[in-house]
Design a protein around this ligand. Structure first.
Ligand SMILES: NC(=[NH2+])NCCC[C@H](N)C(=O)O
Length: 399
């Protein structure tokens, strides 16, 4: 069954995106805007990603690739027309260039259209071009921008219970990603009948900020990406759908190092988190519950770990004591040491480079499946960011 009610129920199916030609578009001139901190060696990034996918399969996880789902989806004419129109509307190319681009895209078969939607289209790759907009563009300028961050499938959709929240991404370089995930969830037969909990045109919410702490309890970070209004909208929708009794709104620093809640905290067991030490005990949360009729009850802020324990109905949330010195902690947090992907309670995937954090996880009895991420990490995302769980074994129902 599709969906998830926790971060740690046995992972059954996951959606990944194997990085490809879109990474080859990165240059020192555009990488900041495209949210990469370096220029990855693409072949090696693919090898690292293949090893990640294989590690998941070795643990019984079904791996779906976004590219394959998208290509299947683009076999349907309605889906092709929908995505081409939506993309051209967003891109603002002017009437003539939009018309030429439409012609170019309509001629592509599903495989090439998939590639173009992901890797983008430079002006010089357009079959025929003319007019003012075309003339004013440099030949390397993008008629369609590439999507190098599609690699981080966590952010462009998130399953809550049996529904999928297609997210509303905050950074201009990423907004088109959820146009593609929405298309897949709307038209791909594998997802027929799945209800959408959220839509890309609503207030900003990114999947990296959403943590399913326990059945019925969701923590949502709000900072650089998910906005306060996004959390409020998600609360209303989650409560209306009966998917949770409590949402914890967690303000996080509005900066790149902590762009999502999952950069500082992920779950490794039903009651245990691994957390960036400097914030572990200072992070605050506003618990939100439903008063019915769409009204929300918002509680005074309290320490996050306390508020979470109360909502989860447990005495306390355990924190893996990484006990790291501040410099090591900061280095490993930057390299996504706290961004782990649980395959089951106490079994987690982590970047091998975060030697100290991983050693502490193991000392606490967590099995760590190490993967290489020297190239993948240049996009500032770890195993959790690079995975969208489509199905996890349910822990319980809370109703
Ligand atoms: N869930 C996450 N932490 N995702 C990380 C996304 C990294 C990506 N380069 C961005 O800046 O958006």
């Amino acid at each position: 069954m599709n969906g998830a009610d926790s971060e740690v129920g046995r992972l059954e199916t996951v959606m990944l995106h194997r990085p490809g030609a879109e990474l080859k578009r990165l240059t020192p001139r555009n990488s900041d805007k495209l949210l990469f901190d370096g220029i990855p060696w693409v072949g090696r990034a693919q090898e690292e990603h293949d090893a990640f996918a294989q590690a998941l399969r070795d643990h019984g996880v079904e791996v779906l690739y976004l590219t394959e789902l998208l290509q299947d989806t683009l076999e349907y004419d309605a889906a092709r027309q929908e995505v081409i129109s939506a993309m051209l509307e967003e891109r603002q190319l002017g009437d003539l260039l939009a018309q030429l681009t439409r012609g170019h895209l309509e001629d592509l078969d599903p495989e090439d259209l998939t590639q173009t939607l992901i890797a983008g289209l430079a002006r010089e790759e357009l079959k025929s071009g003319r007019g003012l907009v075309y003339g004013l563009m440099d030949r390397h300028d993008f008629v369609i921008d590439p999507l190098p961050n599609l690699l981080f499938t966590r952010d462009s959709s998130v399953w809550i219970g049996d529904r999928v929240a297609v997210t509303s991404l905050a950074m201009p370089a990423r907004t088109r990603e959820s146009m593609l995930t929405r298309l897949i969830y709307t038209h791909h037969p594998r997802f027929a009948g799945v209800e959408h909990l959220y839509e890309p045109w609503l207030e900003h919410v990114e999947g990296g900020d959403v943590l399913l702490m326990a059945p019925g309890v969701i923590a949502v970070g709000t900072g650089e990406r998910t906005t306060p209004a996004g959390v409020e909208r998600l609360c209303r929708r989650v409560f209306a759908a009966g998917l949770a009794h409590t949402v914890l709104a967690v303000p996080i620093a509005q900066q790149r190092a902590t762009m999502h809640l999952d950069t500082i905290c992920t779950m490794v067991d039903v009651d245990t988190v691994v957390m960036y030490p400097p914030v572990a005990y200072s992070l605050q949360a506003y618990a939100v519950t439903s008063l019915g009729n769409g009204e929300l009850r918002v509680f005074e802020p309290r320490p996050f770990l306390e508020a979470a324990a109360q909502a989860m109905g447990i005495e306390r949330v355990k924190v893996i004591d990484t006990g790291l010195d501040p410099v090591t902690a900061e280095r490993e947090q930057w390299d996504d040491g706290n961004n782990t992907l649980a395959l089951a309670p106490r079994v987690t995937v982590a970047y091998e480079r975060n030697v100290e954090t991983n050693a502490r996880l193991e000392a606490s009895g967590v099995k760590v499946i190490r993967i290489a991420g020297s190239e993948l990490g240049s996009g500032r995302g770890g195993p959790r960011c690079m995975s969208c769980p489509i199905s996890r074994e349910r822990l319980a129902t809370f109703a």
